[in-house]
Design a protein around this ligand. Structure first.
Ligand code: AMP
Length: 441
């Protein structure tokens, strides 16, 4: 199938061909014609499925072909949960609109507010941003949405998980007019808050449900390794990163401090590694991501902050040095590899502290994740034993079944050994309190 068959303009199709993109993915084949037809969309799409183009293509096409509602206000607003994802969306948008007179502005937290005001004054057609900063501009009226035609939420579940419900409501209210079209993309649709949001935001939406977020990624091989303690994890990590088949690799840790520590450790061992954590300035984060995408270094060590929005085809391995607390985050992390038809490997190190997360992920994926071992690095930890409250309960049940229980006799009320003199209060009643037992008893 060609993009023109989905109603996409030949100029856009050529632009895609320059990027080597010739066939629409599933989500694009479903979402693009639905959005062009003017419907609201509530779409579930797995990470790496091509969802960004699924909303960018109809958006750009609309701006190209249809008359604007307002000359001043942005025509399309794209809201993404993190700076990294917003930057990723913006980059893809810039490629699509290259050589056209369509303009776009990126509005992220951590960047200069006044520069953003200046850019917004130029009346861009597209605004791509993170919810907090967008809300700040709306409050200051440096961004107005009364003429907005298309409102797009990318990874709406994540936006809400990060606590941006009020900002989303604000955006919705300030862009609330009859002609607005809304597209909502989420990794999961069975998320109570996303569900509630969709009812407020969308009008008779078309649901696009292509893959459940807990569906296995066929292009990603998942391997788990048991680890006794931190030193064991580090030894395993070193073993994996030096394998020949590792191209670029992203290592996820639970804490920022660990990103620094592991980066130091790997550099000391002669690997080119850099830490990317949320406490870096936006400029520094972009610099590191840019260097990684240019393959200037091999290993990126990060926390969940960067787990979305990193879209690099050269990432062959994702290593979970620690497992994430939320099972859905696991899916997003491993989705940093095996993108756009490439194969990837996701390795997870599971120590005693990771065990509850492992159980949650296993239940979420509804799958028996396999444990592997590395010769010479097999530890003692074999998983935590299940608590067995049921066994005790069952035994008790059996006993009951074998001997019909005697009717319980009421325990006779305890007689006080010494007569208790109820002290009389001034009102003539005994105060409502229990008397202490005499000490000698
Ligand atoms: P996304 O799910 O939007 O993050 O996209 C994942 C990757 O797939 C990106 O590198 C896109 O450039 C790429 N991509 C998107 N659509 C297609 C397509 N139709 N054919 C090949 N690659 C694609």
């Amino acid at each position: 199938m060609h993009f023109t068959e989905l109603g996409i303009d030949t100029r856009l199709e050529k632009q895609l061909a320059h990027q080597g993109i010739t066939q629409p993915t599933d989500i694009q084949a479903h979402a693009v014609p639905t959005a062009i037809a003017g419907h609201d969309i509530f779409a579930q799409s797995k990470t790496g499925s091509g969802k960004t183009l699924a909303f960018l293509l109809p958006a750009v096409q609309r701006v190209m072909k249809q008359k604007a509602l307002s000359k001043r206000d942005p025509r399309v607003l794209i809201v993404a949960p993190t700076r990294e994802l917003a930057t990723q969306v913006y980059s893809q948008l810039r490629l699509l609109i290259a050589g056209t007179n369509i303009s776009a502005v990126k509005v992220l937290g951590g960047e200069n507010f006044n520069d953003q005001i200046k850019a917004l004054r130029k009346d861009p057609h597209f605004v791509v941003g993170t919810p907090g900063r967008l809300a700040d501009h709306l409050s200051q009226r440096s961004l107005q949405l009364s003429g907005l035609e298309l409102l797009i939420f990318d990874e709406a579940d994540r936006i809400l998980d990060l606590g941006f419900t009020d900002q989303v409501k604000m955006i919705n209210e300030l862009a609330d007019h009859r002609l607005r079209q809304t597209l909502l993309f989420s990794a999961t649709l069975d998320h109570a808050q996303v569900d509630a949001l969709s009812r407020n935001l969308l009008r008779s939406p078309k649901q696009i449900l292509l893959s459940a977020s807990n569906e296995q990624h066929s292009d990603i091989t998942q391997q788990l390794y048991l680890a006794d303690h931190l030193d064991h994890k580090e030894a395993l990590l070193e073993h994996f990163v030096k394998q020949d088949n590792v191209g670029q690799c992203i290592i996820f840790t639970a804490t920022r401090a660990d990103t620094q520590r592991l980066s130091q450790l790997l550099n000391d061992k002669g690997f080119k590694a850099q830490a990317l954590a949320g406490d870096l300035t936006q400029a520094k984060r972009l610099e590191i991501m840019d260097a990684f995408s240019r393959e200037n270094f091999k290993i990126l060590i990060t926390t969940d902050v960067a787990s979305r929005g990193l879209d690099l085809l050269s990432v062959t391995h994702v290593i979970n040095f620690d497992l994430p607390k939320h099972a859905e985050e696991y899916v997003h992390r491993i989705g940093r590899t095996g993108r756009a038809g490439f194969k990837g490997t996701a390795i997870s190190l599971v120590g005693p502290k990771d065990w509850p997360s492992y159980k949650a992920i296993k239940a979420f994926l509804n799958d028996e994740l396999s444990f592997f071992t590395v010769d010479g690095l097999v530890g003692k930890f074999k998983g935590l034993r299940e608590k067995k409250p049921n066994t005790v309960w069952k035994k008790a049940e059996k006993k009951v079944a074998a001997k019909p229980a005697k009717p319980k006799r009421k325990a006779a009320p305890k007689k006080p050994k010494a007569p208790i003199q109820a002290p009389i209060d001034v009102d003539g009643f005994a105060p409502m309190r229990r008397k202490k037992k005499p000490e000698q008893e």
